[in-house]
Design a protein around this ligand. Structure first.
Ligand code: 4AD
Ligand code: MG
Length: 430
């Protein structure tokens, strides 16, 4: 019976054949332990000299790391392994012999591993992170579909810049200037006026010269946008969504979290509602914590976000930022013109901002003034302004950065391990 490692639990006591690779091996004169992987999972194959043909045992002892194989054996339950099963091997067929696989079981430096990302992805740790990423994407579609949202795909090649003009990747669109999208938001606002509640999931690009553990040049964002939702309604969607993905990972990725050594007790209480503090309160909290330099009107950096998050055991919303440090489209607070109806959601444990969101300006004149005040080209935003000319309504939305969220839930230090092929400052290879 040909099967996969993920399916072996169905064949306990039976003989199966698995197409796989050898990830590691240990052997003595009498027994060989093969660490096998097939993409769906990892399993140990045990080859006992006294129980197999001489040629099979000789093969087991000589196979090289990452050779591809068909391994045949009987599935056994094994309480000692976290996976719960092992394979009593009876035959090995080598498909392709791998010679001098560069990533050996010894420790390698990060640059070396990043240069071999196409192979590093095969490791148990990277496999676990990719499975958690996949679960978050799966749970995202499930959550928004359950809530009546429609998935809409905004363009990647655009003529407008929602998040400021300094971080754009410019390209040519035949004779016109174009940019790679830094956010699908403006298009999602148009979609919300057509479909009510919408969400997008796609790559976004920021030509940001930041070299931190939280920054990628190319990252994936989930961007919901809801007609008739105001500031408070928006926060409720966010806390329910983030709780849903954390609980889905806890339920469906136990093995992966275990592989990564993640302390899951810190994730178990991630359930709505989340705490909220205003920007003013955050400034006060920072002063109490000894950040004497920060003043009202300054944006928060990573150390500030980390210090604020330390006071909470769930993600925390920081609301009502000064409008001078936020984009042009955010709705001012009607009771206090100098702040906007926005919130950033800061993850616990130092992972920083995972969501940025706000209520959007729905008044035509105010939006036009802001576009002009930000020195943006009115012609490029003509269509966006027209959304405020034909049945404008209050609406809100947000963007969740997938890689920062994967990093937080997986407990991996740096976002470079949370995307298959990270695009970083100075890294376009592989
Ligand atoms: O806060 P940002 O810039 O918000 C927007 O783009 C809005 N237009 C979203 C919306 O309202 N529809 O980005 C949103 C999130 C951040 O909170 C962060 O998680 C992630 O995207 N992000 C990055 N992730 C990795 N690398 C970068 N360079 C990132 N920049 C933002
Ligand atoms: Mg932001």
């Amino acid at each position: 019976m040909k099967t996969t490692i993920a399916e072996v639990h169905k064949y306990v006591g039976q003989q199966v054949t698995i197409g796989c690779w050898l990830s590691n091996k240990r052997s003595s004169g009498k027994i060989a332990f093969l660490q096998l992987r097939d993409g769906t999972g990892f399993i140990q194959g045990v080859v006992v000299k006294a129980e197999v043909d001489e040629a099979v045992f000789a093969k087991a002892k000589s196979i090289t790391q990452e050779s591809s194989l068909y391994v045949t054996g009987t599935v056994r339950e094994d309480e000692r392994s976290p996976f719960g099963y092992e394979l009593a091997v009876s035959n090995i067929e080598i498909i392709h012999e791998s010679v001098d696989y560069p990533i050996t079981p010894k420790e390698h430096g990060t640059d070396f591993l990043m240069d071999h990302r196409h192979l590093w992805l095969r490791s148990k740790r990277q496999h676990a992170v990719m499975k958690i990423r996949n679960e978050i994407i799966r749970a995202t579609y499930e959550f928004f579909n359950n809530e009546g949202f429609v998935k809409v795909d905004p363009p990647i090649l655009t003529g407008s810049a929602p998040e400021g003009t300094t971080e754009l990747f410019a390209t040519k669109y035949f004779d016109e200037d174009a940019y790679l999208s830094q956010s699908g938001q403006l298009y999602m606002e148009a979609a919300a006026m057509a479909l009510g509640k919408v969400f997008s999931f796609g790559p976004t690009f920021r030509a940001e010269k930041s070299k931190t553990r939280r920054h990628l040049i190319e990252f994936w964002m989930i961007e919901p946008e809801m007609a008739f939702y105001q500031f408070e309604d928006n926060l409720i969607v966010q806390e329910n969504y983030v709780s849903y993905i954390v609980q889905s990972v806890l339920k469906n990725c136990k093995l992966e979290l275990n592989t990564l050594g993640r302390d899951t007790s810190k994730l178990e209480n991630i359930k709505a509602p989340f705490p909220r503090i205003t920007y003013d309160e955050a400034i006060k909290l920072l002063h109490e914590k000894g950040f004497d330099d920060i003043q009202w009107g300054d944006d928060f950096g990573a150390p500030h976000e980390t210090a604020i998050a330390e006071s909470f055991d769930k993600p925390v919303f920081i609301t009502h930022y000064p409008k001078t440090i936020k984009p042009f489209y955010m709705q001012p607070d009607p009771e206090r013109e100098e702040v906007v109806l926005c919130a950033d959601l800061i993850a616990p444990e130092g992972y920083g901002e995972i969501i940025g969101g706000s209520e959007r300006i729905h008044d035509y004149e105010l939006l036009k003034q802001n576009i002009e005040a930000h020195n943006l080209d009115l012609n490029a935003y003509k269509w966006y302004l027209e959304l405020r000319q034909y049945g404008s309504v209050p609406h809100s939305g947000f963007g969740l950065g997938l890689e920062r969220t994967v990093a937080w839930i997986s407990g991996v230090e740096h976002v470079r391990e949370t995307i298959p092929f990270p695009r970083l400052l100075n890294r376009l290879y592989p």
